[in-house]
Design a protein around this ligand. Sequence first.
Ligand code: FE2
Length: 324
Amino acid sequence: MNGRGTLLIVDDEIGPVESMRMILKPYHHVDTIDSGKKALQMLSHKPYDVVILDLNMPDMHGIDVLKQIREEYDGVEVIIVTGYGTLSTAQQSLRFGAYDYLTKPFNVSEIIEVTQSAVRKKRLQQNMRNIIAEFLRKTKSGEIEEEVAEILECGVPLSPQDAFAFYRDFSLMDFIKVLSRILEEKSPSMHYHSVRVDRFSRVIAEEMGLSKKERDYLTIAAFLHDIGKVGINNSTLNKAGELSEHEWAEMREHPCRGVELVKPLCLPQEVLSIILHHHESYDGKGYPHGLTGKEIPLCARIIRIIDSYDAMISNRPYRKARPM
Ligand SMILES: [Fe+2]
């Protein structure tokens, strides 16, 4: 990895802090602090790549620190390291967007590897954000057409399969994840929705013995299934009360809009099919086509179930999350 990352270790126990600092110092710039509140103050003064966060601290619980970091310092990755880990704290950490969750006593090579990977992800996301900002700027100025023409003249393969491979080699998945984060920025209730859909659907896919290809399609669709919502007004997406007839009609268009939006990525038809049909219902009362039962592609049915489950366990503008 080029360049050292900037890390902030937040833990009130001096022993683990010092050993982590010694382990990570050869690879990164490391600061330490003994409280959640002070950590938030430090973040407001210095751009850290990664925060390594203990959960049990006297002034502020680690989960609350994590939530605040997610709200105010979006690009910063957070690794939870705790000596009192439970299934519930692990679930909460991932639900509120932690990059990873490790338990004490930690394994030296694991903490080095996870930290390197979190710094790499943070840098990559920053690069992708810059690329997208540049892309949008060029789209507005018309320069993008010239670049596309140049690429085509260089002989980039044009068949959908080859184009998919081309994009995949250039980290299509990272680009897709950035697109989904851009969408999720529109609405607090959608934050990390796609990450959770991805994780839950992986479990189901493995349990069902789906092929590697199907699992790959599910992963891409987990991040893109709602991308069509990008064109929906924030006031509709974040409305606390009942949606009007007109607003519902707009909302129901998002699967079709999503397929239109991602067409330039030349994704496999199976992925487009999941995006298009992820709101169909087994009884035929879903949308956009009112398909029934097994007419609905299997992976679209999986995303539909996970999507509904995640909606139930998440806070929505119109109701609180239901307990898991
Ligand atoms: Fe959706």
